[in-house]
Design a binder for this molecule. Structure first.
Ligand code: HEM
Length: 461
């Protein structure tokens, strides 16, 4: 595996020692990633004590396997995760546990079978064409927010696929509400660490509540509109029609909204981030960029790319995999044991915060050569055999593995191959990865848009 990649993209430098209390809290509010200790980039497990309470970081792939795959029933999604997400997502699939989670996963799983995902590819390609039309109308050098552009496109896809053409959303307003909600999650983490109640006064709390209320209201409107209108084979209908196997009960509207909002949030922002980081990385590495372009054009992109062509985009997928290694859209998994457990010799009491810091596992010094370097060849088909399955986990693992993994990877490859031959994004600000539930570039990756003359367009001219 080549380990001397010249490209070392933006990263967080971990603190050698924890800053003093107030600086620590200020940093948590701004970006929790900046207080993650240096030890988690080199050790197998690490215990961090804060205000007399332990948090256990687990980086060893065998121990991660133990938690996620061998004994998942011993853990719940953590209280911290509930505080972060439950105000908006209620008890939807990401935030629920036990029987409630199992029932929801059973209902939704059929929509994410590989055969269904394959059916969605034409809609993904069409959404990329709509985005290309919007971008083509902008002048050379126009300033854009890469993240916003990608979010608009991935949202369009969620609306067209699992929401079967729901066109009632105001995407900029929705993006802004998600942004406001996530921007204030640093405070939520800080309050949880101080053991203060979630409703404790803090700056931005009113805007946070307004954003949450907006998100829930527009989603409830979508359910109400469907109840009034015609049935369509999509997620909304699957949730409305679902009946409990034992009791025969339907989901309440609150449960349906919880789940729809879960899918709207989990299903577009993450993929948009993976794409934004991929464009950023390719802008730094002309060799990798040329290889993606050559592969995309050989598959017929931008104008004649077919679903079969998307399935064959091997190198493009390697780039996306490497982008998700360096910038995992979900930077950490959080769990809490419900009984006493022992992890790598460390005993943890029920309720202990367990962090699987994916961002640090993916850049761990004992697990990767040149961990901070961008090198898509790590994901060449043969190279994967050298890797532990749980040293690379952008989609988690075990029964709670991301249900949208196949959807997201296919979507990201299709969109990258469609857009890269048409446009280059010249990133104008060194991005800072910020952990706000997802790993977002601070300021949304400002870039200047450059139009390319594609080979196909050039040939036709
Ligand atoms: C690059 C894109 C994505 C990444 C990196 C990602 C990452 C993840 C991760 C790490 C988890 C596990 C969380 C945990 O165990 O605590 C997860 C769960 C989940 N993801 Fe994704 N995701 C992506 C795209 C999607 C898409 C496209 C959808 C839906 C359309 C989706 C829906 C979900 C849902 C519903 C869960 C909860 C699954 C469960 O608990 O059973 N995700 N995702």
């Amino acid at each position: 595996m080549p380990s001397d990649s010249p490209v070392t993209p933006a990263r967080i430098i971990p603190p050698a020692e924890q800053p003093a209390f107030l600086r620590y809290l200020r940093t948590v509010v701004r970006n929790p990633l900046e207080v993650w200790p240096e030890a988690i980039y080199r050790d197998k497990v690490h215990v961090e004590r804060f205000l007399g309470r332990d948090a256990l970081f687990v980086m060893d792939p065998d121990l991660i396997h133990q938690i996620l795959v061998e004994e998942p029933e011993k853990y719940l999604k953590s209280e911290m995760m509930q505080r972060l997400l439950a105000p908006a997502l209620g008890r939807g699939m990401v935030t629920s546990d036990g029987a409630q989670w199992r029932r929801q996963r059973r209902i939704v799983a059929p929509l994410f079978r590989p055969s269904e995902v394959a059916r969605y590819v034409p809609q993904m390609l069409a959404a990329a064409d709509r985005e290309a039309v919007r971008l083509a109308a902008l002048p050379e050098g126009a300033p854009v927010s890469l993240t916003f552009e990608m979010m608009r496109m991935t949202f369009d896809i969620i609306a067209e696929t699992i929401l079967a053409g729901a066109d009632t959303f105001d995407v900029p307003a929705l993006a802004e509400a998600i942004n406001v909600y996530l921007s204030s999650t640093g405070w939520v983490v800080a309050l949880a660490q101080l053991r203060l109640p979630p409703n404790f006064p803090r700056p931005g709390r009113k805007r946070f509540h307004e954003a949450r209320d907006y998100l829930r209201r527009v989603t409830a409107d979508l359910v109400a509109a469907r109840r009034r209108g015609k049935s369509r084979p999509d997620l909304i209908q699957a949730l409305i029609d679902a009946r409990d196997e034992e009791t025969g009960e339907a989901m309440t509207d609150v449960e349906i909204v919880d789940n729809l909002l879960t899918f709207i949030a989990a299903g577009h922002e993450t993929t948009a981030l993976a794409l934004s980081w991929s464009f950023y990385l390719l802008s730094l590495d002309p060799v990798a960029e040329r290889k993606v372009l050559a592969e995309a054009e050989a598959a017929g992109a931008p104008d004649r790319l077919t679903p079969e062509g998307v399935a064959g985009l091997g190198y493009t997928r390697q780039v996306i995999s490497e982008a998700l290694r360096l910038y995992p859209a979900a930077p950490a998994l959080l769990r809490q044991p419900v009984e006493p457990v022992e992890i790598g010799g460390v005993k943890a009491r029920p309720g202990t915060q367990i962090f699987i810091p994916i961002y640090a596992v993916h850049r761990h010094k004992a697990l990767w050569d040149n961990p901070d370097g961008f090198d898509p060849d790590r994901f060449a088909p043969e190279a994967g055999k050298m890797r532990h399955r749980y040293q690379y986990l952008p989609f988690g693992g075990g029964p709670r593995i991301c249900i949208g993994m196949g959807f997201a990877l296919t979507e990201a490859a299709a969109l990258l191959a469609k857009l890269l031959p048409r446009f280059r994004f010249e990133v104008t600000e060194e991005p800072v990865p910020v952990a706000q539930v997802t790993l977002r570039p601070r300021n949304g990756l400002p870039a200047r848009l450059r139009h390319r003359r594609t080979t196909q367009t050039a040939r036709a001219a």
